[in-house]
Design a binder for this molecule. Structure first.
Ligand SMILES: Cc1cc2nc3c(=O)[nH]c(=O)nc-3n(C[C@H](O)[C@H](O)[C@H](O)COP(=O)(O)OP(=O)(O)OC[C@H]3O[C@@H](n4cnc5c(N)ncnc54)[C@H](O)[C@@H]3O)c2cc1C
Length: 469
């Protein structure tokens, strides 16, 4: 085994710029005149459990990464705990560098790889994370994880993050054969394929970021809730797979957010308040990752005790309602537009995600996990931390969730956030025609039913608590 070759294993960090693990690997190799073997592992089990859209997007991102690495990226297939140690043995590497993964599946997988490497005297070295502040880094004054967003955001900002690192220079690669191509990611995965695929890789991500900073940052605070306007960045799939690191986004914001020029009105200026609002959204992403790292079970289990007792409907009628919801045929135009956008584009505006999720849980009385799974199967940005905690927020069962009684009214939400119907008509062109279906449920009645079920769930949780004491 030589000290001179190191492996860099790419996962959800599919870029070369501002990549601390790659920088560390190159520094290690260069210090002894050595070489770097970059690898991406196609893990059939993970691919089969992911959405087909995500698999296609990853394939494009891996091709783009290979191009950035001048064709030196090695592709291997198999469980990572077999494929990574095998490659390390082939190239004689003692060290395998990765960006740390904090989601439960990633943590388990990395532990298995670490053990397998250690058996042969090799080491997995984690440098950096997919977040501006690595999950687990900020704590309350009492040393506990944060359960509430606003103080988390304050502590997160006070903690701060380094400037982007740029890209490594003078990398010497050590090649190894691939045993699979990115086409292995083509047709696998759950759900149905979107008809459009976002351009993959760091290049399109950088273009999108520049465009957002130039054209939409000033109006972000005003427009971010409007699905009928191009008011948000659409960066989520790129952040999800690390084509772009949030540090790079935050650095771009810092460069542009000084309140100057005619748009600077109010204490922050339009640009300043856009930057503050956008930073808050990035902080939500970091908060949910932090919560998941501390409470891995929060991915699929309600955090609030009453959530475990909430009565949900099952059976043929519930299945019919789920089908109406998931295919965009509930008769609530805003929800139907969102669910059809999900199928066609693999992306939905945040406001519409909230309203659609609320309808599933509080009007149709279905288990939020069913909806969360559907979203994960179709979203290009599908991410357990943001998605499942987003669902728990809407369902009123997560840390820092919206109170259960705050039920979105899908009719009023449409009037407020898509006032002239531009968004709805894009996906539901027949909305104004005679015969557009009546809503499948009566919102006022189902809201009352949801609140009654919640009261019942709270009583059951309180009774269990009393019994336990
Ligand atoms: C039920 C539900 C499910 C969701 N599922 C996902 C998911 O699987 N993956 C995902 O990335 N986001 C998810 N979100 C959060 C949010 O809807 C998307 O991040 C956002 O719509 C992406 O569009 P954008 O990049 O234009 O956002 P922008 O408004 O431009 O925001 C910039 C970035 O901040 C982050 N962000 C914004 N809002 C949130 C939020 N509420 N929670 C966490 N991060 C946020 C994203 O990384 C986003 O790209 C979900 C929200 C809800 C309510």
């Amino acid at each position: 085994m030589s000290r001179s070759t190191v492996v860099v294993w790419f996962r959800r960090d599919l870029r070369v710029d501002d990549h601390p693990a790659l920088m560390a690997a190159v520094a290690e190799a260069n210090a002894v005149g050595g070489q770097v073997t970059p690898v991406f592992v196609v893990e059939p089990d993970l691919a089969a459990a992911a959405g087909v859209n995500r698999c296609r997007f990853i394939a494009g991102c891996v091709d783009a990464l290979d191009a950035e690495l001048d064709g030196h990226l090695v592709l291997r297939t198999g469980p990572a705990a077999v494929a990574v140690p095998r490659l390390a043995a082939e190239v004689g590497a003692r060290l395998v560098f990765v960006t740390s993964d904090h989601a439960p599946t990633g943590v388990r997988r990395d532990r298995a790889v670490e053990l397998a490497l250690a058996e042969a005297g090799r080491r997995l070295v984690a440098v950096g994370s997919p977040y501006a502040v690595a999950p687990g880094s900020v704590r309350t004054a009492a040393g506990r994880p944060f359960a509430v967003f606003t103080p988390f955001r304050r502590a997160w900002e006070a903690h701060g993050w380094p400037e982007p690192t740029g890209r490594p220079r003078s990398v010497r690669f050590r090649d190894a054969p691939s045993d699979v191509g990115t086409d292995a990611l083509g047709g696998v995965g759950r759900g149905t394929s979107a008809t459009v695929l976002p351009a993959a890789g760091p290049g399109p991500a950088a273009v999108l970021l520049e465009r957002f900073l130039d054209d939409a940052l000033d109006t972000y605070a005003r427009d971010r809730d409007r699905p009928d306007r191009a008011g948000t960045s659409r960066l989520s799939p790129y952040l999800r797979f690390g084509c772009l690191h949030p540090r790079q986004v935050l650095a771009g914001l810092a460069d542009r957010s000084a309140p100057t020029g005619p748009r600077a009105c109010g204490p922050l200026g339009e640009r300043g308040s856009g930057a503050a609002g956008f930073t808050t959204e990035l902080a939500w992403r970091e908060f949910y990752a932090d919560v998941l790292a501390h409470h891995p079970r929060s991915a699929w289990e309600p955090v609030v005790a009453a959530g475990r007792y909430l009565r949900v409907d099952t059976g043929p009628e519930a299945d019919r309602r789920f089908t109406a919801w998931s295919t965009g045929r509930t008769g609530f135009p805003l929800v139907d537009a969102g669910m059809r956008q999900l199928l066609a584009e693999g992306w939905v505006h945040n406001r519409v995600r909230m309203v659609a999720a609320s309808l599933l849980v509080k009007d149709l009385h279905l288990d939020w996990r069913r909806g969360a799974r559907w979203f994960l199967d179709h979203l290009f940005d599908g991410d357990v931390a943001s998605n499942n905690h987003g669902w728990q927020w809407v369902a009123g069962t997560g840390t820092d969730a919206a109170p259960f009684h705050r039920v979105f009214n899908p009719v009023l939400q449409r009037a407020r956030f898509d006032p002239d119907g531009t968004y709805v008509r894009r996906y539901v062109p027949e909305v104004d025609a005679f015969g557009y279906p009546e809503p499948i449920v009566d919102h006022a009645a189902e809201r009352a039913e949801a609140l009654a079920r919640w009261a019942e769930a709270r009583r059951a949780a309180a009774a269990e608590e009393t019994e336990r004491r």
